[in-house]
Write a protein that binds this ligand. Structure first.
Ligand code: NCD
Ligand code: ZN
Length: 364
């Protein structure tokens, strides 16, 4: 049985870091295990232009501990009035790594998203020619479509027609949650990939709803039934280079989730990597872990893989993860995998520099 595993340091290909005090509170959690993150642009107001992205990146970089070389890979939030020239120059100058499509109203802070994709066609055409990837929140928003069907309907009614119209466009189906999504990506050729979160590998819809409603398992796209979770595990552990980790760690204050209309989003930055390692171990697929968390995403985005490594060890006792992270604006509840996680990350540079740091120490 493998007890110790050294892999290239992972990247998080879908991360919400927020802004201000909340950002400063949650950012250290991503630095412990990851080297780079694709930073989602759904701030209020969203990150729409090159200037917005440059300013947001500066705020993020200013929040890094001295000497930390974590890289923020910025994204722009696609709107119906986005300027194609601005997007293409931001991409070719290396300011942004991708553009994010949120169907309007699909999820947290998506009100400025796209209502009619035809209105964004000139930007999407320019992106296809420039090679700029499109990250897609793949859910329709129609009230008459059942929330558990919204991903599958999106693929059929929006994604497939879009990709037929623009076959050169590189698309990442973000946080895929269904067998339909997995099948679509598997059979879709080399211009489509998908991110998979740690939590969708671990929970199904029973975790949210059976025996009491659990707001900390509520995120979008919502977790589906067990058969879909199994498809996600098969895809993640398959070695297919077009599936990779994007945690979609999406911090909200605990108070904003434990309420009559709780926010969507699961905060998994502190423990996503050990949780994914455990899933791979449980499925005898530890030999595929590095590909999923550290190699495949870089390959699809055409970036070099990270040089530094991280070592994971399998311990005798399950990890005790912190239940929450304190920030000046309130606590944020940490994802509870709901199953024992025996894997821990060693050689944590940030913790080594900060002995006694409050958050996360008990899991290291
Ligand atoms: C995300 C958020 O809170 O920003 N929420 C979520 O449930 N995943 C938005 C998103 O990625 O859909
Ligand atoms: Zn997200």
């Amino acid at each position: 049985m493998i007890q110790k595993l050294t892999i290239r340091r992972p990247d998080d290909w879908h991360l919400h870091l927020r802004d201000g005090e909340l950002m400063r509170g949650v950012l250290p959690e991503s630095l412990r295990h990851f080297s780079r993150a694709l930073v989602m642009p759904n701030l209020v107001p969203p990150v729409v232009t090159t200037d917005d992205a440059i300013r947001y990146r500066r705020r993020l970089e200013n929040a890094l501990p001295a000497g930390n070389d974590f890289r923020f890979l910025m994204t722009l939030y696609l709107t119906e009035t986005t300027d194609p020239l601005d997007v293409v120059s931001a991409y070719s100058d290396g300011v942004v790594s991708a553009v994010k499509l949120y169907p309007a109203g699909a999820t947290t802070n998506s009100d400025s998203g796209v209502r009619n994709i035809a209105r964004a066609m000139s930007v999407l055409e320019a992106m296809a020619s420039a090679g700029c990837p499109l990250c897609v929140h793949g859910e329709v928003t129609d009230h008459d479509v059942d929330i558990f069907d919204r991903e599958a309907v999106f693929i059929e009614s929006v994604l497939e027609p879009l990709r037929r119209a623009l076959p050169d466009l590189k698309v990442i189906l973000e946080h895929v949650t269904t067998r339909e999504g997995v099948d679509y990506v598997e059979s879709g050729g080399d211009r489509i990939a998908a991110t998979i979160t740690a939590h969708h590998l671990l929970i199904n819809r029973n975790h949210i709803l059976a025996g009491g409603v659990r707001p900390h398992y509520y995120c979008l796209p919502v977790a589906k039934r067990e058969a879909h979770r199994i498809s996600l595990i098969e895809a993640a552990t398959s070695g297919n280079p077009r599936f990779f980790l994007g945690t979609d760690s999406a911090p909200h204050r605990t108070a904003d989730k434990e309420t009559h209309s709780g926010c969507a989003g699961i905060f998994s930055a502190p423990n996503a990597l050990p949780c994914v390692a455990q899933v791979f171990d449980d499925h005898d697929a530890l030999d595929q872990l590095e590909a999923f968390v550290s190699l495949n995403g870089a390959g699809f985005y055409r970036m070099p893989v990270n040089r530094p490594t991280i070592t994971l060890t399998r311990r005798q006792n399950p990890a005790v993860f912190p239940s929450l992270i304190k920030t000046p604006v309130g606590s944020v509840t940490v994802f509870d995998p709901g199953t024992p996680v025996f894997w821990r990350c060693e050689n944590d540079p940030l913790e080594a520099k900060k002995p006694g740091a409050e958050s996360g120490l008990n899991m290291l």
